[in-house]
Design a protein around this ligand. Structure first.
Ligand code: ATP
Ligand code: MG
Length: 556
């Protein structure tokens, strides 16, 4: 059995009510959960209506829906204003002939207009395809071509990266700068297109950590999952100011940056501009952010800034969450010791449409674990034949299918879609994990990342986490390097913290540190110091695939 972290962190007394969570664990039911949305009675389905218009109908039109902040601009919009703007954008799209099921791409920086465009597309029954603002020409072209997008909403700056001649399906480009001022022909026309739960909602391309990004199509039924995970995991309350740092071009930025918080009527923060530790802390102080959802890379960057947080009043902050990559125990301890808050890890994928493994606010956290299955979700650890393994053994992380947020299809690739369901009744994630006796799931790596050295299976994440516990190590990526004798040997790529110089002695010290504190067989035999680790564009995941490619090239 792989080693499991022994320490646990309990929630701060009085901050959450544990009995609520005990109750939801026992009694949660997806059917009951969906009754909280209007469509249950009206029979009319549209996720944009549920996200925004419903709150106006229910009398919350004057509540602040969003605060927007970037280096030289600051503004806020109420739910009524967001509704009116999405209606207007929707009408303009209709004037351009956009119909139910059309793919409309949105290529905009993180501005209110980006969020409004996504909702407007959904409101009129089309499928939204949000693109990350840092994508360059090929990334934009490949995605729009893949699912034959017909319309693109962008701005006069980003349009320079759109090679229109190479995107034959693209009929119309609209500029967000112009939409606002364009008059509508019929402002009384009903904008909302009523749909079925299985109709297409949004298409997201995966991060591309393991290969070509896949076009994952989600259906309107996902909003049941978004609403419930927003309520229980993000723990959204009416007076919360909620900030998700991801751009809506990534699934976290749409599901947990837009749908889940707004379905729960939260005031959200939209922050433009790049990461800068000072700006992030300042934003949290200025807007009195209560709930903050980010990623391990960002937490590690803040951690490397040491005591900087002491210059800011972060007393409004009550709930922190993380997603996207393994959350190293060291990072959890840093937040606990310095900010006095626990970081709640969450595990899910573009394909899963919502949280599947979580740390609910009131529950015990085991640093190193991603948490436990969300209520209503059953996890299995499977062997290569699809049989369930006993607790404590490492195998393929699978989930009983279906659930409301599960993808509808991989665009144009039925074989790929089917490959997730190769074991009867299960969705296979492609990640490796173990589950302990208490139900906590420990990530071990992606199936492709697992290292096999002299017959031992070694998960890169555990080694990376140990490496960054060493004071000299800022970040680490660990791979199996092909080796004639052992099959593979453990090789680590690291970056050093400021103030440390590379030397033989230091690398040996780091190696011994892992050997002593983790195990001899997992201690890296080779350590290479780099200025920077290769990462996926801005979603910032360490690309072990790249590291491995380099190593293989060197050997050849
Ligand atoms: P691609 O599928 O194109 O290779 P990707 O898998 O990185 O890219 P995403 O859907 O953005 O695309 O990411 C999902 C993956 O991210 C998961 O399969 C898992 O490997 C990793 N991940 C997500 N959350 C966590 C977490 N809390 N801990 C560890 N890993 C996580
Ligand atoms: Mg993936």
């Amino acid at each position: 059995m792989a080693s499991i972290a022994q320490t646990t962190i309990s929630p701060v007394k009085g901050s959450f009510n544990l009995s609520n969570y005990d109750c939801v664990r026992k009694s949660f039911d997806w059917e009951d959960a969906s009754k909280e949305l209007h469509f249950w009675e009206s029979g009319k389905v549209n996720a944009a209506y549920e996200t925004i218009d419903r709150h106006v109908v229910d009398g919350y039109g004057d509540k602040i829906a969003l605060h927007y902040i970037n280096e030289n601009e600051k503004r806020s919009l109420t739910f009524s204003e967001v509704k009116e703007k999405t209606d207007h954008y929707g009408r303009i799209l209709k004037q351009h002939g956009v119909k139910k099921g059309d793919r409309v791409f949105i290529f905009l920086p993180k501005t209110p207009e980006c969020y409004i465009s996504i909702l407007a597309v959904i409101k009129i029954g089309a499928i939204a395809g949000p693109l990350f603002e840092a994508f360059m020409e090929d990334a934009v072209k490949d995605r729009i071509n893949d699912c034959k997008g017909t319309v693109l909403i962008t701005d006069k700056d980003l349009v320079q990266r759109v090679q229109r001649a190479d995107i034959p399906s693209l009929e119309t480009i609209l500029f967000s700068e112009d939409i606002e001022a364009t008059p509508v022909e019929n402002d009384r026309e009903e904008v909302v297109e009523w749909l079925g739960k299985e109709d297409g909602l949004i298409i997201h391309y995966t991060s591309g950590s393991t290969g070509k990004p896949k076009g994952v199509l989600h259906a309107h039924r996902s909003m049941i999952h978004h609403l419930q995970s927003g309520k229980w995991v993000l723990d959204i309350k009416d007076d919360d100011v909620y900030w998700c740092t991801s751009h809506p071009g990534w699934v976290t930025g749409s599901v947990y940056g837009l749908f889940a918080p707004w379905l729960n009527r939260a005031t959200i923060v939209i922050q433009g501009g790049r990461f800068k530790a000072e700006n992030w802390y300042q934003l949290m102080e200025d807007l009195k952010v209560t709930t903050w959802y980010s990623a391990p890379t960002a937490f590690r960057m803040l951690m490397s800034q040491g005591d900087l947080f002491k210059n800011y009043d972060l007393s409004s902050l009550r709930h922190i969450l993380s997603v996207g990559e393994p959350l190293n125990p060291e990072v959890i301890h840093w937040a606990w010791n310095n900010l006095g808050l626990r970081i709640h890890d969450t595990w899910w994928m573009t394909e899963t449409g919502g949280h599947l493994i979580v740390n609910l606010p009131a529950e015990l956290i085991k640093p190193g674990s991603m948490g436990r299955p969300f209520p209503g979700i059953t996890v299995g650890i499977l062997d290569d034949e699809g049989n369930e393994l006993p607790r404590g053994e490492v195998g393929q992380l699978a989930v009983r299918a279906p659930w409301p947020g599960l993808m509808k299809e991989i665009w144009g690739n039925k074989d790929k879609f089917d490959s997730y369901f190769k074991y009867e009744g299960w969705y296979s994630s492609g990640d490796l994990a173990l589950q302990d006796e208490d139900g906590y799931v420990f990530f071990q790596g992606r199936s492709d990342d697992m290292i096999n050295s002299a017959g031992e299976r070694i998960g890169p994440f555990e080694v990376e986490s140990k490496l960054i516990e060493h004071p000299a190590v800022a970040e680490a990526g660990v791979i199996g390097k092909p080796d004639a004798l052992r099959g593979e040997l453990v090789k680590a790529f690291i970056t050093l913290r400021t103030g440390f110089q590379e030397s033989e002695e230091l690398l040996e010290e780091i190696r011994l540190f892992v050997r002593k504190n983790l195990s001899a067989h997992a201690a890296p035999r080779e350590i290479e110091v780099m200025n920077e680790l290769p990462k996926t564009k801005i979603s910032g995941k360490i690309l072990r695939r790249k590291l491995k490619e380099w190593e293989i090239q060197k050997v050849q």
